[in-house]
Design a protein around this ligand. Structure first.
Ligand SMILES: NC(=O)c1ccc[n+]([C@@H]2O[C@H](COP(=O)([O-])OP(=O)(O)OC[C@H]3O[C@@H](n4cnc5c(N)ncnc54)[C@H](OP(=O)(O)O)[C@@H]3O)[C@@H](O)[C@H]2O)c1
Length: 234
């Protein structure tokens, strides 16, 4: 089975789809603990290891250099996930990471990141690779920011990094999209190419409890809801 590639994003409602502030390189809304823990659980969730095997599954997150820099240093690399950072400048340090907890990989583009992950953490490792601590890649999440989302959304279908899902949290209110300085956006979601999934599908895809993902949430004075888009088969 091919490794699913999923974009994960929180935006203001369409058509604005605002995600950040370029001047301060952060998000327009305050920390939303339940949204952040949803992101952490969903991007970390893997199947249990095969019985009697030292083999483990892990997910990877791919992000742009600016998003990497927007993470508080104590959360960098994001724990429990293989971290990949896309940059034009830093590709030379590629390969220094050991995977989970071993630092991050730097790559020159998204596709290179996906290839590197598949090569270092193969889906069907040969028996000689079943050493203690060996990791098998389960899912890849592309976690921003704007430049990286845009590159990912524009990839052709035959590209190794072609994303097939968007986990989309909509920040319903306040109306951050109209606030001054909110100028970083997610690319338009073409409804001929992407179809909204329902709550059952969101539960299936994320592994979350229905009560967690269903309905409008209210936290820190912010209203938001979890959602999902999937590619319409060509
Ligand atoms: N709401 C959300 O869900 C969410 C999620 C993530 C981020 N954000 C927000 O998004 C903003 C950051 O997004 P951003 O668009 O400014 O930056 P970004 O996409 O995180 O990173 C941009 C960097 O990626 C590298 N890059 C871009 N295109 C490339 C290419 N074609 N080839 C190789 N490397 C390339 C470059 O790194 P170098 O300059 O090193 O070459 C570029 O500076 C922040 O405000 C952040 O808070 C929001």
């Amino acid at each position: 089975m091919s490794t699913p590639i999923t974009l994960v994003v929180a935006t203001t409602p369409a058509p604005t789809l605002a995600i950040g502030k370029s001047l301060t390189n952060n998000m327009p809304w305050p920390r939303l603990p339940s949204e952040m823990s949803y992101f952490a659980r969903v991007t970390r969730r893997v199947p249990p290891p095969p019985p009697n095997s030292p083999h483990k599954y892990a997910n990877a997150v791919i992000m742009g250099r600016k998003t990497w820099e927007s993470l508080p240093p104590k959360y960098r690399p994001l724990p429990g996930r293989i971290n990949v950072v896309v940059s034009r400048d830093h590709a030379s340090s590629l390969g220094t990471s050991k995977g989970l907890g071993g630092g991050e990989f730097w790559v020159g583009n998204i596709e290179e990141g996906v290839k590197l992950l598949k090569q270092k953490f193969p889906s069907k490792p040969p028996p000689q690779d079943m050493t203690e601590g060996s990791l098998e890649l389960h899912q890849i999440f592309i976690i921003g920011g704007s430049q990286i989302y845009k590159l990912a959304m524009e990839l052709p279908k035959d590209n190794e990094a072609y994303p097939t899902r968007i986990l989309h949290t909509t920040i319903l209110s306040p109306d951050y999209g109209s606030e001054e300085g909110v100028d970083v956006v997610f690319p338009p979601i073409d409804e001929e190419q992407w179809k909204r999934g329902d709550v059952d599908r969101l539960v299936d895809v994320t592994g979350e409890e229905r009560a967690v993902v269903e309905g409008v949430k209210n936290e820190e004075g912010v209203q938001f809801e979890f959602g999902l888009w999937e590619r319409v088969p060509a």
